[in-house]
Design a protein around this ligand. Structure first.
Ligand code: AMP
Ligand code: MG
Length: 392
């Protein structure tokens, strides 16, 4: 058995980075930028008014001062002239500042009578001008690698970058194995249950930015598993679920070996999730996850998510961990790293009592996986522990 971090090292060695592609901005959110995006513009391209009011020469803007209004500047329509002493231009937010002006007096501080304005007794300080290129300049960069947020998309649009270079989404084939499984919505026989893991992992993969695909359930026969693996042959990553132990009906290791899989490792010292295998199968990377629903999802967070991040061009790192104080004392851990379903509140983090790896209801209530290192001693309430955040 190898440790979780040794297993991750093997996985990162197996995970081939995806090639890049260009996508239009409207399809770029959540994707990983793989080439710097460079602005072709200054923003704003001119000094602009930040308020509705009157553009004047700042040195003349004293309480009670008078100006003659000589024209108007609106967003998209500059004033074509030069402002001189004693003159003002009516101006609106976003309009280019007229030549000669260096301050905008807000309209609340002004009384207007025809083409004359008088400033009030108490002026706000201004100058209410957005300097040219105050946001970004030609040549400003959004640097790769980076997962593009909605805010990034707005910035890129403003930079006049209509297409960006991002990593291709890895196609991931998800294969459930087992005679007992039917799909949600089908009518299960008396000895059957509903396939759940592939659905949870599909959702996880979509959130990560992969392109998951659910294949038909492989039955516990060599021919069924082989046929399903054939259907997955064009994937970048094949993920099998279940059939990974050493029971009579656990065929994944046998069938993948017959198909030439070079197996990198088989068992990992962790709870839940011990039977885990990985290797190369044809052109694809293959990851065999345990079948127990919670084990599969925990392995999804601990192994699959870092693999996907590495494939799409983010740094090869374990799932990010944060610290929180324990809300209650916990007993010593055994020899395997333990990922405990836990609830994080403002009082701290507390594991659920029930930790059986078949209990999805408890996993759904959990918002964190509390990580216990191997052989960690008993811990008191208030001691800091590490966790992996679930959901958001
Ligand atoms: P296995 O590793 O095939 O022995 O499966 C371990 C346990 O997980 C068994 O109780 C299976 O019924 C269950 N299981 C396996 N695959 C799935 C799945 N895709 N969805 C829900 N339960 C599963
Ligand atoms: Mg099975």
């Amino acid at each position: 058995m190898i440790s979780v971090s040794e297993a991750l090292d093997h996985l990162f060695a197996l995970a081939a980075p995806m090639p890049s592609e260009q996508v239009p901005l409207l399809q770029a959110a959540g994707r990983i930028l793989t080439e710097d995006a460079v602005s072709t513009r200054d923003q704003p391209p001119f000094a602009a008014s930040a308020m509705d009011g009157y553009a004047v020469i700042g040195a003349q803007a004293h309480p009670g001062a008078r100006f003659t209004v000589i024209g108007e500047a609106a967003a998209g329509h500059r004033f074509n002239g030069v402002l001189s002493s004693g003159q003002a231009v009516r101006i609106f937010t976003g309009a280019p500042l007229p030549e000669g002006a260096d301050r905008v007096v807000i309209q609340e501080d002004v009384t207007r009578d025809g083409d004359q304005i008088v400033l009030g007794d108490q002026l706000d300080t201004g100058p209410h001008i957005r300097p040219a290129a105050g946001d970004f300049r030609i040549g400003s960069r959004l640097s790769a690698p980076r997962r593009l947020s909605p805010e990034d998309i707005a910035l890129l649009a403003s930079m006049n970058v209509p297409r960006v270079t991002v990593s291709r989404q890895p196609s991931v084939a998800l294969i459930s194995t087992g005679d007992e499984l039917v799909m949600p919505g089908e009518a299960p026989g008396p000895d059957q249950i509903i396939a759940s893991n592939t659905f949870g992992l599909h959702a996880l993969l979509r959130n990560l930015g992969a392109a998951p695909r659910l294949l038909p359930v492989a039955r516990d026969t060599v021919s069924s598993l082989s046929t399903t693996l054939d259907l997955a042959a064009d994937a970048d990553l094949i993920v099998t679920i279940g059939g990974a132990s050493v029971g009579d009906h656990d065929l994944v290791a046998k069938v993948t070996a017959e198909r030439g899989m070079e197996r990198a490792f088989y068992k990992v010292a962790m709870r839940p999730g011990k039977p885990l295998m990985a290797g190369r199968l044809g052109r694809a990377m293959m990851l065999g996850l345990p079948g127990n629903p919670v084990s599969a999802m925990v392995c999804g967070h601990v192994f699959l998510a870092p693999v996907i991040r590495a494939m799409i061009g983010l740094p090869s790192r374990p799932a990010p961990r944060t610290s929180a104080p324990l809300a209650q004392a916990i007993a010593a851990n055994g020899p395997r790293e333990h990922y405990m379903r836990a609830r994080l509140t403002h009082e701290g983090i507390a594991p659920f009592d029930a930790q059986d790896s078949s209990l999805l209801n408890v996993l759904s209530q959990a918002n964190a996986l509390l990580v216990r290192p191997p052989h960690d001693g008993p811990r008191e309430a208030g001691e800091m522990v590490e966790y992996i955040a679930l959901g958001s």
